[in-house]
Design a protein around this ligand. Sequence first.
Ligand SMILES: NC(=O)c1ccc[n+]([C@@H]2O[C@H](COP(=O)([O-])OP(=O)(O)OC[C@H]3O[C@@H](n4cnc5c(N)ncnc54)[C@H](O)[C@@H]3O)[C@@H](O)[C@H]2O)c1
Length: 304
Amino acid sequence: MTGILDGKVALVTGAGGGIGKAIVVAMARAGASVVINDIGVSLSGEGGSASPAEEVKAEIEGFGGKAVISTDSVSDWDAARRMVALAGDRFGRLDIVVNNAGILRDAMFHKMTPEQWLAVVGVHLNGSFFVSRAAAELFREQESGSFVHMVSTSGLIGNLGQANYSAAKMALVGLSKSIALDMARYNVRSNCIAPFAWGRMTGNIPAETPDQIARVENLKKMTPEKNAPLAVFLGSDAAKDVTGQIFSVRMNEIFLLSQSRPVRSVHTGGDWTPETIRDRAMPALASSFFALDRSQDVFTWDPC
Ligand SMILES: NC(=O)c1ccc[n+]([C@@H]2O[C@H](COP(=O)([O-])OP(=O)(O)OC[C@H]3O[C@@H](n4cnc5c(N)ncnc54)[C@H](O)[C@@H]3O)[C@@H](O)[C@H]2O)c1
């Protein structure tokens, strides 16, 4: 049986559980040799264990796949270089990097501590830069490669109490576009996926009334595995013309998300003053203002 990723080598960060595990298993099933990176921490980034990655490795080897474990943290430059080197040492090349590792340290902005900020930015943004930058050297030599960055509608749209996470994910969107632009000359592609999955990052939705219980039962069908086929496709040669895009997956829906473009403009023959901006520019622009939306205000229908 041939797979869409036959002969390819993939590195998936945070692949010991959740969405990362679903992606690394799907990539191995599609024929890729894989590096399972995970430090096995709690949702807030505490603790650390190699056993989640070991379980994933056993599962992949169980169906005849090839896998190696990296227990290095993405949030360290040298460690990120080691995990990329591991792919080269063990499998001779690297074709796909999925920046998926993540933690949450939620707090309302006015109460957020520097530690909460730095921890989240360190994993999501710095980690994605470190791993991508290390892989970029191999991709450049090979003149091929695919980056997939897991982002979030918490940043793209908005969410309460996640300033650190939203900022890091939006910065990652900018990083992805920059990589796509800078490395197009080497046939390197870079895309984002904003996933939705029932898991430890989402498992605190109240389920008390019969309606809420039914809703949560439906949401539980939104498994991490639903996000994997798009990531596998983006890593494959079939996606050779797909770069610089932001996708979202929600159960059985796949979305192409918009990117910032001017929506409306006003012009003056002379110079603007604060007063003419007040009297003419803002009233004209205001009808196109965006509401202070959160993700659930935009995705108003339940997934099915
Ligand atoms: N679950 C969702 O609905 C959802 C929604 C939007 C975005 N995301 C994003 O998708 C990705 C995966 O989310 P998930 O729900 O599967 O989360 P998860 O908590 O189940 O998995 C994250 C994994 O990352 C690992 N990790 C944390 N810090 C690490 C580090 N420094 N180095 C290496 N590994 C590290 C953890 O050990 C864990 O196994 C994250 O980037 C998350 O922000 C998830």
